[in-house]
Design a binder for this molecule. Structure first.
Ligand code: HEM
Length: 185
């Protein structure tokens, strides 16, 4: 199971409905994005910190939370700039973020509500700063794309690990999953 990040980005962009107009709007608001990024990081880590398990992960190693604030600000700003116009670099970066989370055992149950928090807090700020609905829509779409990357990395990395360990074929693995899921419904 080897995912090609750029092809995945194109696919999810289409599914989410991120348009060229959305991209142009995000770019035009990149300075605003950077301006609010630090406040968004505060909300984000305050939210994670209220959960015992996630708080323990945040503080598991020296300097992690400090590093995280910096990477969050960068990540947040990149949603507006698209890095290389949502090309190869953007896709590779999002894929790597997904793998980092998988590697430390952060799964869908952690990431989905965390992204909902980002969308909620950005929504409040958009309103306070008198920004229009289309920016809110564009941001929600790009957040969903980034979320899809983190979720898909979790699936791909877990599956690859099982295939490597067992020597099973991908076909057999998929059959086992569907059979198992159907029998536990
Ligand atoms: C909206 C969801 C999230 C986003 C956008 C996000 C963003 C990021 C980014 C950009 C990085 C840096 C990746 C790299 O080093 O290349 C990172 C790492 C990390 N994230 Fe998240 N994150 C999210 C959810 C979470 C959640 C729910 C947790 C739970 C505690 C978490 C904990 C961590 C940790 C521990 C690291 C590694 C820090 C280190 O030691 O370098 N993240 N995250």
């Amino acid at each position: 199971m080897t995912l090609e990040p750029q092809a995945f980005l194109s696919l999810v962009e289409k599914r989410v409905g991120l348009t060229d107009e959305d991209k142009a709007l995000l770019k035009s608001e990149a300075d605003w994005g950077l301006k609010i990024a630090s406040d968004m990081a505060d909300h984000f880590y305050a939210y994670l910190g209220r959960d015992e398990e996630m708080n323990a992960t945040l503080h598991a190693s020296e300097g992690r939370i400090h590093r995280l604030r910096e990477t969050f600000i960068q990540w947040f700003h990149e949603m507006f700039t698209g890095m290389d116009d949502w090309g190869y670099a953007y896709a590779e970066r999002r894929w790597k973020i997904g793998l980092v989370h998988t590697c430390i055992g952060i799964g869908p149950q952690h990431v989905v509500p965390a992204m909902a928090t980002v969308i909620y807090q950005v929504g409040k700020r958009l309103q306070a700063d008198d920004k229009n609905e289309s920016l809110k829509d564009a941001l929600s779409r790009i957040c969903m794309i980034d979320l899809a990357f983190i979720e898909q990395a979790y699936v791909e990395a877990s599956s690859s690990a099982v295939l490597q360990e067992t020597g099973w074929t991908e076909g057999l693995f998929r059959r086992l999953i569907t059979t198992g899921a159907c029998s536990t419904r």
